[in-house]
Design a protein around this ligand. Structure first.
Ligand SMILES: Cc1cc2nc3c(=O)[nH]c(=O)nc-3n(C[C@H](O)[C@H](O)[C@H](O)COP(=O)(O)OP(=O)(O)OC[C@H]3O[C@@H](n4cnc5c(N)ncnc54)[C@H](O)[C@@H]3O)c2cc1C
Length: 387
């Protein structure tokens, strides 16, 4: 009779989107899992703690992310159909192009063909006709993805964790202190386990300062919600999709759940501490966004600001995730570096990580610790444009 290897107990530290979905996939494989978080699932300070996040499949030449977008969206849809279908809004996604020979957009089209991603190529006139709120000044063309849109971020993570707890996951609220460098780790915060996954998002460099300080860099990111004109459907799907305008390094979402039109600069702000940064938005930031609105969404140029959020990206040097074994502890895994685009991939990242933890093997170079060189603050944008 074939002997099956017993599965290890696993402690997952951090219940943002990466930790929650890793716990989900570990449970699905039959492992005993404890999920630990210092402030609670998708808390206000966590990178997964915002209202909404974009999902889309276009990742230029980085095919693995296109594949993961497709895989993750299928899992999201299936899980939300059973729990709360309002957690995904299929608004579509518009990529705005400034030049006809935009290499990233052309690479998107090749990937879409290869992976069967339903899309339209739109001329600037077609953009104006289909999405009347968008001013087309400076735009040359666009790509519209159909199966894309807005995931409700903090509610989504809370739903995953609630579902897991209902089905046997142990959840603990505790702050895990960094493990001693040489010691073999067998427990954290009083929780014994055989394997440990540190999915601490922007806190990861505080937990492992010697290894990750300067390699994962948390930067301040501001998000704005503008109130839309009463009774005007132009700022909701299907008249407005999620969108990115890489020429101005800015992106947004249509009005979801009546929170207003969401818009946020994607360029990296100053380095911050996720634990202590103040989350107040200065007037100068609002004014800057209004300048952009005048050009691209002129009807909203004078719209009242309805809400603002301050969050942080946890950037790796080039925007690729960190999913690797700790070099000194063979039962410790590092998971993070979401770099402003990780939410959409939560279930796929969870699958990948759970497989490494349970079955061993080597991570791809793209996600390996050795490829996480020092972040360069003078180059403040990721090589992965958009969200
Ligand atoms: C403004 C903004 C917009 C974004 N837009 C998009 C988008 O449109 N599409 C997209 O796909 N992605 C987007 N992202 C990126 C995405 O949200 C992140 O990549 C993702 O949420 C990171 O999740 P995480 O689980 O790694 O980190 P987090 O969500 O930060 O979770 C880490 C958790 O670890 C816990 N923790 C940390 N240290 C400890 C400790 N010592 N002990 C116990 N617990 C600890 C924290 O409390 C926290 O809950 C955006 C991010 C931001 C900030």
């Amino acid at each position: 009779m074939a002997q099956t290897k017993p599965l290890p107990d696993v402690a997952v530290i951090g219940s943002g989107v990466f930790g929650a979905w890793t716990a989900f996939m570990l449970r699905k494989a039959g492992a005993t899992v404890t999920l630990i978080d210092q402030h609670g699932p998708a808390n206000n300070r966590a990178s997964s703690g915002g209202e909404s996040r974009i999902t889309r499949a276009g990742y230029g030449p980085k095919e693995i992310y296109t594949r993961w977008s497709i895989e993750a969206l299928a899992i999201y849809k299936d899980f939300y159909a059973q729990t709360d279908p309002t957690l995904y809004n299929e608004t579509g996604f518009l990529w705005m192009g400034r030049t006809n020979d935009d290499a990233y957009m052309i690479a998107n089209l090749l990937a879409f063909k290869k992976f069967g991603v339903k899309h339209d190529v739109l001329s600037r006139e077609e953009i104006a006709k289909r999405f009347p709120a968008i001013g087309i000044d400076g735009l040359a063309w666009g790509i519209f993805e159909y199966h894309a849109g807005g995931l409700m971020a903090r509610r989504g993570v809370a739903t995953v964790v609630r579902h897991l707890v209902k089905n046997g996951l142990r959840y603990e609220q505790a702050r895990v202190v960094p493990p001693a460098p040489a010691a073999k780790i067998s427990s954290v915060a009083g929780v014994k386990a055989g394997q440990f996954v540190f999915a601490c998002g922007p806190w990861l460099p505080q937990v492992f300062p010697d290894l990750l300080k300067g390699r994962i860099r948390p930067t301040r990111q501001e998000v704005f919600y503008f109130a839309t004109p009463p009774g005007d459907p132009a700022f909701r799907a299907p008249l407005l999709p999620a969108w990115v305008d890489p020429g101005d390094t800015i992106y947004g979402l249509p009005d979801l759940e009546n929170r207003g039109f969401k818009i946020a600069p994607d360029g990296h702000g100053r380095e911050v501490d996720p634990e202590t940064q103040e989350r107040v938005v200065p007037q100068a930031s609002v004014d800057k966004v209004r300048l952009y609105l005048q050009k691209r969404f002129p009807k909203l140029a004078q719209a009242p600001l309805a809400q603002a959020e301050v969050c942080q990206y946890e950037n790796s040097v080039n925007g690729d995730y960190l999913i690797d074994r700790h070099p000194e502890h063979d039962n410790v895994w590092l998971l993070g570096g979401g770099s402003g685009h990780g939410y959409k991939h939560g279930p796929a990242v969870g699958n990948y990580t759970a497989n490494l933890v349970l079955n061993g093997g080597r991570t791809e170079d793209l996600f390996a610790l050795k490829t996480k060189t020092l972040y360069d603050p003078s180059n403040r944008s990721s090589t992965i444009p958009g969200k």
